[in-house]
Design a protein around this ligand. Structure first.
Ligand code: NI
Length: 169
């Protein structure tokens, strides 16, 4: 298994629309294993393939609490098929924007259609932290980042700090 380097905010791959995966084969399965490894190595709860420089519609997540067993999700071509009217605000961060957080308001519950690693169509309903996480990760596949949801004032302040932050050089 390979831990990949995570690309940071300035990388244009984070702003691209990722391509759908046509065929679920061993290469894709290996890549998703590597993504899980990379996510754990970075102590994150979700990772999208563009964050390791691969513009494909793949995400992995594990939003289980520290004191419970892992709950690994691997989703190929995930798509939100319904969103609740009810919203919740949660503090989000991103492995591609390390050290910066912001409150994001999103639908509290979503239904997601995706393919699993056997290429079988699946559907899941997400609430709570998992709902925020899956929306955040699917956003990555469309070139959207959590900072896009902040007010212009907050976003500009954050971007000014990041511009001076040696971690992003
Ligand atoms: Ni992210």
């Amino acid at each position: 298994m390979t831990v990949h380097k995570i690309v940071l905010l300035a990388d244009p791959v984070l702003r691209q629309k990722a391509a759908p995966v046509e065929q679920v084969d061993d290469e894709i399965r290996q890549l998703m294993e590597d993504m899980v490894e990379t996510m754990y190595d970075a102590v994150g709860i979700g990772l999208a393939a563009p964050q390791i420089g691969i513009s494909k519609r793949l995400i992995v997540m594990d939003c289980a609490k520290d004191d419970t067993s892992p709950e690994i999700w691997k989703m190929i071509n995930p798509e939100i098929i319904s969103r609740s009217e009810e919203t919740t605000k949660m503090e989000e961060g991103c492995l591609s924007i390390p050290g910066y957080n912001g409150d994001v308001t999103r639908p509290a519950e979503v239904e997601v259609r995706y393919m699993d690693i056997d290429g079988t169509a699946q559907q899941m309903t997400a609430t709570g932290l998992l709902a925020a996480c899956v929306q955040h990760e699917i956003d990555h596949l469309d070139g959207v980042l959590f900072i896009d949801y902040l007010s212009r004032l907050k976003r500009d302040m954050m971007l000014r700090k990041i511009a001076k932050d040696p971690a992003f050089k």
